[in-house]
Structures are given as C-alpha cells and as structure tokens.
Design a protein around this ligand. Structure first.
Ligand SMILES: Cc1cc2nc3c(=O)[nH]c(=O)nc-3n(C[C@H](O)[C@H](O)[C@H](O)COP(=O)(O)OP(=O)(O)OC[C@H]3O[C@@H](n4cnc5c(N)ncnc54)[C@H](O)[C@@H]3O)c2cc1C
Length: 443
C-alpha cells in the first residue's frame, strides 16, 4: 500500500495543475513531479462542477488491504485527527459527495479490476443462483460487457452505466427495472466492505447483516465497498422500447399504474419535461421496454399494452434495439449534454450539471438550476407531503448540515447514528455528504 499513497499539493490554486510529491508518512514511492493531470484535477470536484473541495492527499489503492491500512493508520494517529477519507467512484455526484476538503480522496477506479461470474446452490433447494462478483470500482458498463459474454445480465440498472458499482450501491441505483426487481441494492447477495476502523468484513443478509444493510444505500458512511455479489439472469437479445407523451397528468399516471399492475413490461419509467425553453409548461412521458428473444411474443405484448393506453397509438414512438444498446441508451445523450449546452429543457436536470464551463470555479447556468428546481417543486406538490399525500424524499440528497439530515431520515436517524458510531466512530468516511463532523482521537 505505501507505494500507492500520493500527496497532492495545489500550487497557488493553479487551476487543475498538481504537483505530486512523496508522502513520507506512508513511504510512497517516487512519482513524477510537476505532473499536470486532469485525472488528479478531477479529484477536487465532481460531475456537478458546483463544489470544489481540495484534498490534501489522494490514494490509489490496488486492493482492500491498501484501504484498510490507510484507515487503520488514520484512526490510530493523533497527528491525523482532522483527516477524512472520501472514496470516489466515477465522481458522478453533483454536490461534492465524493470530495474531502483537506482530507484523502480514494480513487476507487484504481482498484485492480475484478469481475467474475459464479453459481451458488441454494440451501434446501435444487435451484441455483448465478451471480457476478464485481469490484467496488468497476463501472456498470464493464459489468454488462462481461456478463453478456456469458449470455447473462444483472436485473436492475441505472439509466446511465458509466457509474461505479460501489458508487451506485452507496445510494440505491435506480432505473426502470426497479418497479419489478427493486433498485440495484435489492439485488446484492454479498459485499466486502472496509469499515471506517479499517476492518475488512464480508457481509450478507445472514453474515454481519447490520453492515450489509448499512453499506447498501448508506451514502458511504459505514464502510467502503470493495466487492459486490450481484444476482444475474439470462440476458435477452432484443428490446422493444416505447415512449408515449401525455399532456394530461391523470391519464399519464393512470397508464403508468396500469402497467405496474400488469407487470408485463421489463422496464418502466415516467418523466416530466418542459415544453419549450421559455415556458414553465410541462408534459409527461411514459417510457417502457419489452425484452425479447421471440419477436412475435414481444409484438403481442406491445399491442396489448398500447391498446389499453389512454394515449393514441400514433403518438407512441417505438424503437427496436439490441439489449446492450437499450441499456447503454444514455451514453450518447449524456456525452452530448455535457459537451454542448442544450437548449432543450427536457434536459434541464442534465444541464444543471453541465461540464461545459470554461471557468471551472463558476456555477452552472442559473436558469438551468431554476428549471430543475421548479420541476422538483412540481413533483413535491403532486405527491403532497404535509397535506396528507404520500410525501417524497429527495434521491441523491444534498443537505448543508446535520439538522437537515435528521429531518430526511426522520425516525430512522437514531439507527443511522448508531451504525455510524459502530463502523466509523471517528467519522472519517465520506465527509462530502455533510452528515457527520470528524471526531478527534480521544487521548
Ligand atoms: C449523468 C448521470 C446519470 C445518472 N443516472 C442515474 C440513474 O439512472 N440512476 C441512479 O440511481 N443514479 C443515477 N445517477 C446518480 C449516480 O448513481 C450517483 O451520483 C452515484 O453516486 C454515482 O456513482 P459514482 O461511481 O460516480 O459515485 P461517486 O460520485 O464517486 O460517489 C458517490 C458517493 O458514494 C461514495 N462512494 C463511492 N464509491 C464507494 C464505495 N466503493 N464504497 C462506499 N462508498 C462509495 C462516495 O464517497 C460518495 O459519497 C446519475 C448521475 C449522473 C451524473
């Protein structure tokens, strides 16, 4: 491990130019100095380019032992009383969640890539479950490529696949398959986690279950995920992919509820989009997909779904694509949106996180943030919250202090705090979430 710790020193805030030097405390091996690297520059910010926190160190672990050694060293060293550690996956957080001001950013992409398929016999059953073991720093697109080589696939996805396994499992990992299989965190059989104390623990529903359920969706607070065992199923070859626009919310919601009830489609999402650049009028889109190996069966299901829809069939936009292209459908859209400021307000959420800024310290365009915020307000009003509706919690929440987090967790806050004091008692991990303040080592 020692050879992996790099110290980053920012020279007079020279934008994105770093000087890498030897870290004597960890005996790091010599590295090229005056290395200008966009890779290291990226460690100061994230996809949002809204928050810039400069770490004092970066670690490039090759395996769990490296992570453990660092965390054990920090937790036992009174001279490192302020040091925090942020694991950073693909850095696609938008509000600094994977950053560590004056702390250590741990580049999870540097872990030795690990993707292995296996099979397990279920106890007291003739059935077996096929799974993939994937390293915490592996991208979901890499998992897809490898599992497809074996005709297999995970069941639950995100809309965009250039995110890491550890990064999405620390949140939830949501896409249109979640209505059937739950989010990605509901499809995990086992994890290897390095706790804030530096312990390397294998956990599952049966073994060390508190850490297992804590780490899944735990916002990186209880440990660093270095391996996840994910359930697989046979991969389909092709997909009928449909999008239907609606002006009327009630018709849109009724159709979505009906599709959920029938459960015939393999993927189902609903979107709210702005009609044009200059108005706050919105329209709704129902998006669903039918996976298939036999086209006749898929067409029959599609016809049945469309015949029950409140919208006219002619409004439906239907595409036939390979399974891979369907899952990877957002790669191009996201690349274009991040390279060019979009004028289409349907992309407001993406626009708000645009990388297209020549002055990295500046905020993204105010109107883009405004549009995204007004969309959120609309959703909050629709679900009712305090007025007796079902209420809503923000996904990928960003709060500025612990009080807001207490409101977010509600009655679960006490449990969250308890798990934190067990697995990361000095509050070393994931400081960018702004939930806990680093505690000094008691002498
Ligand atoms: C363009 C875009 C599309 C997206 N699409 C979706 C989507 O369809 N569905 C969805 O659910 N989300 C989506 N997201 C949100 C995304 O899932 C989260 O931002 C996720 O955290 C990103 O993964 P990452 O690898 O970039 O994590 P990072 O941003 O690097 O890290 C996120 C958090 O997890 C912690 N962390 C990172 N790795 C680990 C680890 N191995 N163990 C423990 N903690 C860790 C970090 O410290 C940080 O607190 C999208 C984001 C973007 C920018």
């Amino acid at each position: 491990m020692p050879s992996l710790l790099l110290s980053l020193q920012l020279k007079a805030l020279l934008l994105h130019t770093f000087v890498l030097f030897l870290s004597s405390s960890f005996g790091a091996h010599p590295l090229p100095t005056n290395q200008s690297s966009s890779h290291y520059a990226n460690l100061t910010t994230d996809y949002g380019r809204i928050i810039y926190n400069y770490p004092s160190e970066a670690l490039q672990p090759k395996g769990p032992q490296d992570i453990s050694q660092l965390l054990k060293s920090i937790s036992s060293s009174p001279t490192r009383n302020n040091v925090t550690v942020a694991p950073r996956g693909a850095g696609h957080s938008t509000y600094g969640q994977a950053q560590a001001l004056d702390g250590t950013v741990m580049d999870m992409r540097s872990l030795t890539p690990y993707i292995q398929i296996g099979e397990i016999q279920l106890v007291a059953s003739e059935n077996s479950t096929v799974y993939v073991d994937a390293g915490g720093g592996v991208l979901w697109i890499e998992v897809l490529n490898e599992t497809l080589r074996h005709g297999l696939t995970p069941r639950s996805w995100t809309d965009y696949l250039y995110l890491t396994v550890g990064g999405t499992l620390s949140n939830a990992g949501i896409s249109g398959q979640a209505y059937k299989y739950g989010p990605q965190i509901a499809n995990v059989m086992e994890l290897d986690v390095v706790t804030g104390k530096g312990d390397i623990v294998t956990c599952s529903e049966k073994e060390n279950s508190e850490l297992f359920y804590g780490a899944l969706g735990g916002l990186g607070q209880f440990g660093i995920i270095t391996r996840a065992r994910i359930v697989l199923e046979p991969a389909p070859q092709r997909v009928k992919w449909a999008r239907i626009p609606y002006d009327d919310f009630n018709q849109f919601a009724a159709d979505e509820e009906q599709l959920i009830k029938l459960g015939d489609v393999n993927y189902l999402e609903g979107f709210i989009s702005f009609k044009d650049n200059n108005s706050s009028d919105v329209y709704y889109t129902l998006e669903f997909a039918i996976y298939y190996n036999n086209e006749g069966d898929a067409q029959k299901t599609l016809d049945q779904v469309l015949s029950q829809s409140n919208s006219s069939r002619s409004m439906a936009n239907i595409t036939d694509v390979s399974y891979f292209d369907f899952l990877n459908r957002n790669q191009k859209i996201i690349e274009v949106a991040t390279a060019e400021p979009t004028t289409n307000k349907t992309m407001a959420m993406v626009d708000a996180t645009s990388r297209k800024t020549k002055t990295p310290m500046s905020r993204p365009r105010a109107e883009a943030i405004g549009n995204a915020e007004s969309m959120r307000m609309e959703v909050r009003e629709l679900v009712g919250g305090r007025e007796g509706g079902m209420g809503a919690k923000q996904y990928l929440p960003y709060y500025k202090d612990q009080n807001a987090w207490k409101l977010h967790f509600g009655e679960k806050w006490g449990r969250f705090e308890e798990l934190k004091s067990r697995f990361d008692p000095l509050n070393i991990l994931a400081p960018g979430q702004r939930i806990f303040q680093r505690r000094p080592l008691e002498s």
